[in-house]
Design a protein around this ligand. Structure first.
Ligand code: NCD
Length: 346
């Protein structure tokens, strides 16, 4: 099937769905955050991480957090849940297969039901781009986007940023500015077209001064670098991209979103796989990231994924700290309690 027949959403930095009203402490897109907000989230993550367990429990003691997952998830769901629990919150998981969603209940009704049951914050993963905007409007609650279709995955971009900054500047959360990543080239390689992780990173990293190179087969890339947003360049030759990079982010081919597109996987591995020979020859010192799930032996080999250049396990650990900071922001910012009670009165 040709690319024109697939017709997925265009990757563009400006096509965020229209919003009528939204809770100010929601996180639907990385564009909701100023650089000061990003810096403050990173600092809060570090503070919370270093607190002792009992002190941490007091931040959101007995607050009610719902996890509403319409798509499968391991890392994101578990780390949001662990983050909420470490802060003392009560969590409820609603997943598509075990709830009335399976009987056809709409997202709107599910959201209203969760709010009626006392949810104060909803973490949503949904296959439709823009779904968190709808949930935000109908509930008035703070919504944390845990991945919406091919749109965004903002908490993943923040945890990726934390991982990158820790490696480049050390563990102390440094202030974030337009030049924090100046001189740093980051290659994102693989199925960029279908990836909400890539999209959130493409929106966030250039704002801190990073140069972002996209590499992969033509059908899995945005049509032009300009359509992908400012600060983005396309370098189809992965070896050339690696030679210039301090960080490389490998992505899974999203088989569930390929819509009949057939890729020659042997050719793919030849040109785009992160393996020891390629990494040693082109980017022996680069930091290797992957949001998971990893398809070992396809986009990355086990030797690289588990090797000294890999920060994949750190990404997972950073997910808990970043999500703790997002939950505290969502549930304790001043506007949070006002909007939540307004939402309940509706
Ligand atoms: C990704 C996702 O679900 O968007 N994983 C994640 O949340 N860490 C990437 C993927 O599914 O390939």
């Amino acid at each position: 099937m040709s690319k024109s027949q697939v017709k997925p959403r265009k990757i563009s930095a400006t096509s965020t769905p229209q919003v009528i009203s939204r809770h100010p402490a929601s996180l639907l897109s990385v564009n909701d955050l100023s650089l000061d907000d990003v810096g403050s989230i990173l600092r809060t993550a570090s503070t919370l991480e270093s607190e002792d367990a009992l002190k941490r429990m007091k931040h959101l003691f007995k607050r009610r957090v719902s996890l509403l997952f319409y798509e499968s998830s391991t890392r994101t769901r578990t780390s949001f849940e662990l983050a909420a629990k470490q802060l003392g919150a009560d969590t409820v998981l609603v997943s598509a297969l075990s709830s009335s969603i399976e009987k056809g209940e709409s997202l709107k009704d599910t959201g209203i039901t969760l709010r009626a049951l006392g949810a104060e914050c909803i973490i949503l993963r949904h296959p439709a781009s823009g779904a968190p905007y709808l949930l935000s409007q109908v509930t008035g609650l703070p919504i944390l986007n845990a991945g919406d279709g091919m749109h965004e995955h903002p908490s993943q971009a923040l945890l990726d940023l934390r991982t990158i900054l820790t490696h480049l500047h050390g563990p102390k959360a440094a202030p974030v500015s337009e030049t924090t990543l100046k001189g740093v080239t980051i290659t994102i390689c693989g199925d960029i077209f279908h990836s909400r992780v890539a999209r959130s990173n493409m929106l966030l990293l250039p704002r801190l001064g990073a140069r972002v190179l996209l590499s992969g087969p033509q059908p899995l890339l945005p049509e032009t670098a300009a359509s992908a947003g400012p600060g983005i360049e396309i370098e189809r030759d992965f070896d050339k991209a690696l030679q210039q990079s301090q960080v490389v982010m490998m992505l899974r081919i999203q088989a569930e979103r390929l819509a009949g597109l057939n890729l020659d996987l042997d050719e793919y591995k030849l040109r785009y796989q992160a393996n020891t020979t390629r990494m040693a020859a082109q980017a022996g010192d680069a930091l290797v990231l992957h949001p998971g799930p990893i398809i070992r032996g396809l986009e990355i080999t086990s030797e690289v994924a588990d090797g000294p250049q890999s920060a994949i396990a750190e990404q997972v650990r950073n997910g808990v700290a970043i999500r703790m900071a997002l939950l505290v922001r969502a549930l304790t910012s001043k506007s949070s309690s006002n909007a939540a009670s307004k939402g309940k009165r509706k």
